[in-house]
Ligand binder design. Structure first.
Ligand code: PAF
Length: 297
């Protein structure tokens, strides 16, 4: 199948490698012409879990997603969701694998929600240069349909689950992907801003009791706001600690963004908590402080 990957960052490149493995034809949709040309010229440099490097042939374009595409993997940063969604064709299965809150809502407004699946992955990958990716740690990928009642044979989540599983990347299906998105956002709220502000790897956060206290207060505040939105989460801070241990050597995506001088995804994490809090008539001092501090970086 010809599968467009919109957002050729670390996760987009990781899944391009998976799809090539499954005999599919990934097509990167790039913002920069020079990156598209580099993919054409050099292919995708893929370093696997064993540290072996392969060069994979991939196609790349800029502009709109070509109309003859069979499916779309959407991996752009959350602040680009609305503008990138405007370049997608209608009527084909789209899988959003993005960090943060609010991406599904934005996509469902611009596209046919019946074609939309959301996913989360804890596989670790780092982008290197314009065309390389290093697959650093195996994790789990969970997919679900935007319309949960969809989970029939031809639902977008099932189509994507079949595509990835048959390409050697097993996934789990859920009928409540929205709660999973919130759970992952709690982990990102508890880790990413702190790694970015203190320039620490995920595991190093565990060494400072005062930092851990601040992380816990920020996550518990976000959990209360989630409950106000009807999403009941428990033990979010315990999950934050578990992920810090499991990904101890990771440089979080937010710290990677800060180190590279790129915009961060703080708005789709603490920023969304602040907005929901405002709508609920509740102050969110911890999340607002983290939002402002990361913006100041
Ligand atoms: O954003 C990230 O870096 C990751 O989602 C996580 C789980 C925090 C691990 O580094």
């Amino acid at each position: 199948m010809r599968i467009a990957i919109v957002g050729p960052g670390a996760i987009g490149r990781l899944f391009a490698g998976v799809l090539v493995n499954g005999g599919h034809r990934p097509l990167f949709v790039c913002r920069r012409e020079e990156q598209a040309q580099a993919f054409f010229r050099d292919g995708l440099g893929f370093v696997d879990l064993a540290g072996e490097e392969k060069r994979l042939r991939v196609e790349a374009v800029t502009g709109d997603v070509p109309a003859d595409t069979d499916a779309v993997l959407f991996t752009v940063k959350s602040y680009d969701t609305a503008s990138a969604a405007a370049k997608l064709p209608q009527g084909i299965p789209i899988l959003s694998l993005q960090n943060g809150l609010g991406n599904g809502e934005t996509l469902a407004k611009q596209l046919d929600p019946a074609c939309l699946a959301l996913g989360l992955t804890t596989h670790g990958a780092t982008a290197e240069g314009d065309t390389n990716v290093h697959y650093k740690g195996a994790g789990l990928t969970v997919l679900g349909d935007w319309y949960p009642q969809n989970l029939g044979k031809n639902s977008p989540a099932r189509i994507w689950a079949e595509l990835l599983t048959s390409s050697g990347h097993p996934v789990t299906l859920t009928d409540d992907i929205r709660t999973e998105v919130w759970k992952k956002a709690m982990v990102n709220i508890g880790i990413n801003p702190f790694t970015a502000l203190y320039r620490k790897q995920n595991g190093e956060l565990l060494d400072s009791p005062s930092l851990l206290r601040l992380m816990r207060l920020t996550v518990e505040e976000a959990e209360r706001i989630a409950a106000g939105e009807g999403v009941v989460l428990t033990n979010s801070f315990a999950r934050v600690l578990e992920v810090c241990r499991q990904t101890a050597a990771n440089t979080s995506s937010m710290l990677q963004d800060v180190l590279a001088g790129r915009r961060t995804e703080i708005e789709s994490l603490c920023g969304v908590i602040e907005t929901f809090g405002r709508n609920q008539g509740t102050e969110t001092p911890y999340n607002t402080a983290m939002l402002e501090l990361v913006r100041a970086l």
